[in-house]
Design a protein around this ligand. Structure first.
Ligand code: HEM
Length: 158
């Protein structure tokens, strides 16, 4: 991994801020996913047969929180030597499950764009532009590493 200590610090610092109100931010994050790819709604079993507006759906909130937290916590671990290797079994298992959910590799770009745009919107206004850019870059690289393991597994078993 080429993930540096500095990148890890930036993810940890921004993750602390996002974490505080992650239930709200999770909904923002998912709203962005469906804005970019409305068709992705059909993949979620708990949305298909529900009359509840998606931003009020307790199951969606719980699921969004899980995805958000796992990505954030995992991104923080990437700064530790060998940490990504420790995550491999879990990520491979998740990749396998996502094949079953009907998820394809292209969906990961959608989720990435939504995640980065959510993070970017939450960074303090008084941060220098270069710190914001470096922070989004660190999240981007962390996500690519995680998603890469999942996608590899998805393609291996398809
Ligand atoms: C379910 C994580 C990307 C769609 C889940 C679950 C986790 C998770 C932890 C619950 C798994 C379980 O059943 O035990 C992640 C992570 C991702 C990612 C960490 C990226 C790094 C995606 C993408 C899509 C997606 C790109 C497609 C838009 C789904 C769906 C479910 C699911 C449809 C099942 C929801 C249901 O129960 O109906 N994901 N996911 N995920 N994920 Fe993801």
């Amino acid at each position: 991994s080429t993930f540096t200590k500095e990148q890890s610090q930036l993810v940890i610092e921004s993750w602390q801020m996002v974490k505080k109100d992650s239930a709200t931010h999770s909904v923002t994050f998912f709203a962005k996913i469906f804005e970019i790819a409305p068709g992705a709604k059909a993949l979620f079993s708990f949305l298909k047969d529900s009359d509840i507006p998606f931003d009020k759906n307790p199951k969606l909130k719980a699921h969004a929180l899980t995805v958000f937290r796992l990505t954030g916590d995992s991104a923080c671990m990437l700064g530790e030597k060998g940490a990504i290797d420790a995550l491999h079994p879990k990520l491979k298992e998740l990749g396998k499950k996502h094949v079953g959910y009907g998820v394809i590799a292209a969906h990961f770009d959608v989720v990435k764009a939504a995640l980065l745009s959510t993070i970017e919107s939450l960074l303090p206004e008084d941060w220098p532009a270069e710190k914001k850019v470096a922070t989004c870059g660190a999240w981007s690289q962390a996500y690519d590493e995680l998603a890469g393991v999942m996608i590899n597994e998805m393609q291996a078993i398809r």
